[in-house]
Design a protein around this ligand. Sequence first.
Ligand SMILES: [Zn+2]
Length: 442
Amino acid sequence: MFPLDGNGGYRVDRYYLDFDWQAPKTPFEAATTIRATSTQALSRFNLDFAGNTLHAVTVNGAKADAARDGDELTVTPRSPIADGASFTVKVTYTADPTQTRHRDDAIEDYGWIPTPDGTVVYPQPNGSRLIFPGNDHPGQRAPITFRITTPGDRTAVANGRLVSRTRVPGDRLRWTYDSEQPLSTQLVQLAVGTFELVESEGPGGLPLRDVVPESLVEPTAAYRALTPDHLKWLEERLGPYPFHRYGILVGDTDLGVALETQTLSLVPKADLLGGKVDAERNMVHELAHQWFGDSVALKSWSDLWVSEGHARFYERLYSEAHGGDSFEAAMKTAYAAHDQWRKDFGAPAEPTEPNLFKRMRYDGSALVLYALREKVGEAAFQKIERAWVSGYQGRAAGTRQFIALASKVAGEDLEGFLRPWLYGSKTPPMPGRPDWVVDPVT
Ligand SMILES: [Zn+2]
């Protein structure tokens, strides 16, 4: 779907991101250091990198040749890298935190998202290249160390654990974060602002840390306090929360949609300033993604239905039991539209680049899981879900793995059932619902 995304010939072992952040919408000096291991002999290799002003690239400390073409940065080291060798690439550049790209689907704006007093980032689907050079592919994961310096009156946050906060000359602060677990570049979060860090505990003492612009702490407090309930509800269905911490980054932005950035979901303020039912739907959706899409990463963008379908499925299941719409009624509506969505947006597991984040990947894909539950029954369905999140925890997996695992756990070959649901041009009958009908395609 994005044929140039991600890169071959090596594996990233860790990213070190250095940002000397200055002020909103103001360029600043940045460096990305990548520790990698080659998987073949390399005379040159690529990174995904877009915009910004490139200064220099070194490999193992020696200046390397660097050529840019579109979003590809081709690096030619002075001497070739042997197969299986560890090597270090350092890219220095001036970062431009105003770089944003646009999609005509649920994503809209992605990349750097400036806020009145700082920034948040929205890397999904392939906007991390606007922020740092790397392997910008959902199935290629690595741990990240963030080292962000800010003016003394700002707070920087990122995925994972705050390792240290130290004063540096010029009344500045250096914030170091460790992602703890590997993550896909599309799930990176780093934000700067006049934040308050609101700490609490979830089930089992799980550390919770919300990151909230000062003026929004009180107005969002009541909904943010529901996270422990959401964790408990999801853990009852899916098993243990897969990371060491969680929190909500309240975005002081008019972004249309939240994002499941790993261990620290970005939730635009409007999602937390309206009605309770909608707020909880958004919160449960992003939290469910920590299991589906974050802990179990996508193998490729064509597997997006797995993560969005599950996030929507649990969001609706939760909402129905907490004052929201009937899940079954929503699925019946999605069923009626499914042939039209197949035509307009591709079958659930067959998106194309322009229709990737259209409705088929949300309610249209939750419907596939709903059909699977009707087919195998509640108990087997829950076993499949738990086997998926525990068996593929910390790994990338896609449609093929899901069909195989569902078949194994249910004890019946589900290929013939799931393939038409996921790839067919016509919507199959809904098991146990002979009265459900699909509207004609227009
Ligand atoms: Zn989602």
